[in-house]
Write a protein that binds this ligand. Structure first.
Ligand SMILES: [Zn+2]
Length: 437
């Protein structure tokens, strides 16, 4: 049987560098982009070559957005820890609730987060959480792409058993889907003392996996690390051998000048500026040095950033950068767009460009709406004016997961499931936090 072909007709393409290519016909089959070019007899909708044609005459098509740092399941806690500092956020609010979390809560929370991301045009995310089987199931059931890092705490009493448990999980699921990849997920250097961090990194190397962890998130974490070990968290990480691997660093906000040469060629930063503003974490050196780093944007969990929209995070990054530099001529629109698109390179999905052979992970934007119209420069409109309602279609692996402004999944049923879990969480209340720092 011939493969199912989709034609996106007469689209204005916005490339990963912000270039606008008008009047393009994009042909998609088997989850991949087959061709991109000017209309031709081959791309005539009347040719009978296509199972589906979407008229994109008044729309813009971009690569999907990526989310380089997320705790997707924490959507179930959205709004539960407000107006507190980072320490109280962890120890008084989040960890005590998390201690009573069950697999079903994680499954529903993850699906809620994925629904929000698809609604915003996010096609792939890097996740860091426990109850990894439930997270994986939610990814498989919804159609999004994900790079999953089950969380491991070096300070946990069952550390060795947990390391074996996640290793088994990787071995069992390594080839479960072309939409899923895996990383080792040590929580952070401050919750994984040196011998345990080294054990995790060595295990990642044995299993040929990459790494994803929090590093130098707050100024206090760097000060405490210096006091305890005489070394910054980045030095601790370097000594574990982590920079031989592809590493996604969540935040790295308080990286130091001396840390910079330690980074490897495949070190990625997932910056979440909305969280930094919300928890008043400061701007850190990462802002000053971002041009030297491989970076893109994450959202962290919705319990801290309240939304999982990486376009919004890119906007916060630009605004915060201009504001703190006291210079509106920095953090230029096209540079921020490039950084947003650069996130694809941290994954192994061969996505992020609208060119033949690339994964068909795309967003179709309708900018003819009051919040974005008129359009002088579509990149500016998306970065500074857009809302999720401007995302008309989200496609992952050649499949539409949002169509004509609506999620394909049963949104009403999912919201009901979310309400039921929220009720359970509140009835159970807070438990004893399992991790302290
Ligand atoms: Zn995080």
């Amino acid at each position: 049987m011939a493969s199912k072909k989709i034609l996106l007709k007469n689209a204005s393409v916005i490339t990963e560098t912000g270039e606008i290519l008008k009047n393009r016909d994009i042909v998609i089959a088997d989850g991949k982009i087959v061709s991109v070019g000017a209309p031709s007899p081959d791309t005539d909708p009347a040719s009978g070559n296509f199972d589906r044609v979407v008229d994109c005459d008044s729309y813009y098509v971009t690569p999907g957005l990526t989310n380089l740092h997320c705790h997707c399941a924490m959507n179930i806690f959205k709004g539960i820890a407000e107006d507190v500092d980072a320490d109280a956020w962890f120890n008084e609010r989040i960890f005590p609730y998390e201690s009573k979390l069950e697999a079903e809560d994680v499954y529903v929370g993850t699906k809620l987060g994925i629904a929000e991301m698809l609604n915003c045009g996010v096609t792939a995310f890097v996740d860091h959480y426990f109850e990894e089987k439930a997270v994986l199931q939610a990814v498989l059931d919804t159609g999004i792409r994900a790079d999953l890092a089950p969380t491991v705490f070096g300070t946990a009493p069952n550390f060795e058993a947990r390391l074996d448990e996640v290793s088994d999980f990787f071995e069992k699921n390594r080839n479960v889907s072309g939409r899923v990849s895996f990383r080792m997920g040590p929580h952070a250097p401050y919750t994984c003392p040196p011998p345990t961090l080294k054990r995790i990194v060595d295990r990642a190397k044995d299993l040929k996996l990459n790494l994803h962890l929090h590093v130098s998130e707050t100024r206090e974490q760097v000060e405490q690390s210096l006091a305890a070990y005489g070394k910054t968290p980045f030095v601790m990480l370097a000594e574990s051998g982590a920079f031989d691997l592809n590493v996604v660093i969540a935040h790295g906000l308080w990286i130091t000048e001396d840390d910079l040469p330690l980074l490897g060629p495949d070190t990625w930063f997932g910056l979440c500026p909305k969280t930094y503003e919300k928890l008043a974490m400061g701007t850190g050196l990462v802002f000053k040095k971002h041009e030297q780093l491989n970076f893109s944007f994450g959202t962290d969990g919705a319990a801290s950033s309240n939304t999982l929209n990486t376009c919004e995070q890119a906007r916060y990054f630009a605004l915060l950068g201009k504001f703190t530099e006291n210079d509106p001529c920095t953090y230029l629109t096209n540079d921020v767009w490039r950084a947003l698109m650069h996130g694809h390179q941290a994954f192994s999905f061969h996505s992020g460009r609208i060119e033949p052979g690339y994964a068909a992970d795309l967003v179709i934007w309708d900018l003819k709406k009051p919040n974005t119209w008129p359009v002088y420069d579509p990149v500016t409109s998306i970065l500074y004016s857009s809302e999720p309602s401007n995302v008309l279609y989200t496609m992952v692996d050649g499949v539409f997961l949002k169509e004509n402004g609506k999620l394909v999944m049963d949104e009403a049923a999912l919201l009901d499931e979310g309400a039921a879990i929220q009720k359970k969480i509140l009835a159970r209340g807070q438990g004893q936090a399992k991790v302290f720092y």
